[in-house]
Design a protein around this ligand. Structure first.
Ligand code: C2E
Ligand code: MG
Ligand code: MG
Ligand code: MG
Length: 297
């Protein structure tokens, strides 16, 4: 009987594996078709100075509107793109699309001439020798300054092959490209890597921001508040900016302002917007108009 169970289990496992492989292939085919079609869009989320209210930049976030399955999260399809090699075509397209948009935003007015665009680069993309060439090409073709292009990479990207990463890192810095460390606080290495890789900013992961509480509003100050405070203080002493991800509430914003976190991003300011909405957002944006005044002193 044990044997029978074993075999049954094996067959179920086998069937699941088969189904997974079929789904994977299907996704690969569909994603291939999606590249260069209307199904893919880059959306943009504003990054704002918490102290002045000034709009500083936009993070490019890829969207896949699947014809049958609706909106599919990049957290789901980027790994598929990576495993199949489709990421190369995809990342080139994102880079070109986002830098083209940046050029348009810059024409909207003098006060937007210094706006930057920030692009997510996965570990596998960061290892590709062609990355540098592609970046240089889109900078040239779209006539943008390298100082208006930021790349968001995670700690684990730098950890996977630190020596190669160091070479590319310094080449990118040399030409003036900014580098942000994404999802800061969720990786393993945090502190020592900031010395080895002097990034321009760290993005404090949303998981910390969503748990911070406003002292004096009834909610007790959580340990996450103290972690955020420590991160902000530490990176400031290293000459690195902090960007808080996932700000959803006024009290989070107030607290971050008190802590002295320089930049923020999140639904409280705006959800990621499509190209038209982004254009509109920029045109209508007035600062400081964010109700950023802290309600306590
Ligand atoms: P990420 O770079 O950490 O991006 C932040 C994610 O948080 C985005 O999810 C954004 O929509 C979401 N978010 C922003 N503000 C808030 C908020 O206030 N509340 C909540 N609940 N969420 C917020 P999204 O767009 O689903 O992207 C997920 C991840 O997919 C990104 O995480 C990034 O790692 C990856 N990704 C997105 N676009 C690209 C791309 O073009 N290339 C690569 N390699 N990865 C990408
Ligand atoms: Mg990011
Ligand atoms: Mg992030
Ligand atoms: Mg993330």
């Amino acid at each position: 009987r044990a044997k029978e169970n074993g075999r049954t289990r094996y067959e179920i496992f086998d069937a699941e594996m088969h189904q997974q492989a079929v789904n994977f292939l299907k996704m690969e085919t569909e994603l291939t078709r999606a590249i260069g079609s209307e199904q893919l869009e880059v959306h943009y989320q504003p990054i704002i100075s918490i102290s002045t209210g000034e709009l500083r930049g936009m993070e490019a976030l890829l969207r896949w509107k699947h014809p049958h399955q609706g909106l599919i999260s990049p957290s789901f399809f980027i790994p598929i793109a990576e495993e199949t090699g489709l990421i190369n075509a995809l990342s080139w397209w994102v880079l070109q699309t986002a830098t083209k948009q940046l050029t348009r935003w810059h024409t909207l007015g003098e006060k937007y001439a210094d706006l930057y665009v920030s692009i997510n680069i996965s570990a596998r993309q960061f290892r590709r020798p062609e990355l540098m060439t592609e970046i240089l090409q889109s900078i040239q073709e779209n006539h943008i300054s390298p100082t208006h292009l930021c790349l968001e990479i995670t700690e684990s990207t730098l950890m996977q092959s630190p020596d190669n990463a160091a070479t590319l890192f310094s080449r990118l810095k040399d030409i003036g490209i900014k580098i942000f460390m994404d999802d800061f606080g969720t990786g393993y290495s945090s502190l020592s890597y900031l010395q080895r890789f002097p990034v321009d900013a760290i993005k404090i992961d949303r998981s910390f921001i969503s748990h911070i509480h406003q002292a004096g509003t009834g909610a007790s100050s959580s340990s996450d508040t103290e972690i955020v405070r420590a991160i902000v203080t530490l990176v400031r002493n290293l000459g690195i900016y902090a960007i808080a991800e996932g700000i959803e509430q006024q009290n989070q914003l107030d607290l971050l302002k008190d802590i002295g976190c320089e930049f923020g991003q999140g639904f409280w300011f705006s959800k990621p917007l499509n190209a038209d909405q982004t254009h509109e957002f920029i045109c209508n944006y007035v600062f400081p108009s964010l109700g950023l005044e802290s309600t306590h002193s």
